[in-house]
Design a protein around this ligand. Sequence first.
Ligand code: FAD
Length: 456
Amino acid sequence: MAEQTFDIVILGGGSGGYATALRASELGFTVGMIEKDKVGGTCLHRGCIPTKALLHAAEVADYSRESSHFGVNTTFNGVDITAVTAYREGIVAKKYKGLQSLVKARGVTTIIGDGKVTGPTSVKVGEDTITGKHLVLATGSYSRSLPGLELGGRVITSEQALTLDFIPKKVAVLGGGVIGVEFASVWKSFGADVTIIEGLAHLVPNEEEVISKALERAFRKRGIGYKLGIRFQSVTQDDHGVVVTLENGETVEAELLLVAVGRGPATANLGFEENGISVDRGFVVTNERLATSAPNTYAIGDIVFGLQLAHRSFQQGIFVAEEIAGLNPVVIDDVNIPKITYCEPEIASVGLTEAKAVEKFGADKVSSYDYSLAGNAKSEIINTSGSIKVVRVKDGPIVGVHGIGSRVGELIGEAQLVVNWEAYPEDIAPLIHAHPTQNEALGEAFLALAGKPLHA
Ligand code: FAD
């Protein structure tokens, strides 16, 4: 039974945990980071990175099929999932090695084991007690299911979907949010017959309606099926497949059912409430400075209600390290965090939707401009269409940017600066956007909002 003490103890070594550790060690703190599996967490091993490897393979498959459009002769001979797996695993392994070296180089002590909070800023790992002057909770999230829907067998989550050693011929996806549409897109490119079932009226229901509808059109064109505004009633499975029965009695038959109905906070049985850390519907309660109800204890990442994104976790990790150091970092506002839905076509957004802006400022105070990416030279060259919608307060700043189109996510950096700095279209319209780029679409939208449209 050993006792270890640090300035900061971190429970969970995923995006949030390791970002805290890296920044805290830079600031001169001693750091003990407890991780029960692999440093890097969901994002590196089961989320962002491996799914993007699959999406890239999917994109290559699509280009290979369509290469004659560009005047290039190739023969598409299908997708070798064993080779795709090797490619995916190779990328994760390389990044994991890099991260381990970085964590070590910064002098962070990584403690591998399952931790449980046992006292104020104290965590038990096996027989050992690890105590910090400060404790940061960063235990992440898990794939949720729905009442009456048991996971297992042919009813899978994103974790099993990632590591399938075959391409399903026919697959059903329950949930048309970010994870659901991402896998639907990959599987379709790999040759599967895909049907998405979404209880709300649109795919990606948290996005601008115009964007959701554009995705629906694009998916229809790609042959991805979807059933909207309908809930599942029951699921049965046998050796051959699953049958999903919907509330109207309709059935969807498939080889597999991916359940992608959101992620719940991983906070159960970790000693949180017993030690004065308040939890509400599973999420750790924090103030805007990410302090919990227990002294010197903070929570970050997916266990804190709000956007469950790796870059939010990174920023919250940096925030907490600086907060402990007394540097008074700027409070993080979820509204201004960029979001990307990675599928084909991609979706990216930051700030308020038009409806939210109207709610906040009043209908007469909001205007928007929707610029078609199809008018843009580079987009035509790379064979894509899509749009960028910019929302502004009338005679005021830009408060939201929403886009759809191949690789539109690469535009979100500029959009994020504009929204976070509350830029006025009149001030940024003179900024020159290189031609031909997709990024010009943003410039064109700013010009139009400033009352001097160019190509529109
Ligand atoms: P995690 O990364 O989950 O880390 C938590 C860590 O805590 C884990 O390593 C876990 O093992 C450890 N842990 C838990 N309990 C204990 C314990 N008792 N003792 C010790 N260790 C413990 N986000 C994006 O921004 N972009 C994307 O493209 C993206 N794609 C995604 C795709 C999928 C399929 C999924 C599932 C998620 C995706 N996400 C994406 C979300 C992103 O992965 C999460 O928001 C992010 O990982 C959350 O970071 P975290 O530190 O809160 O938790």
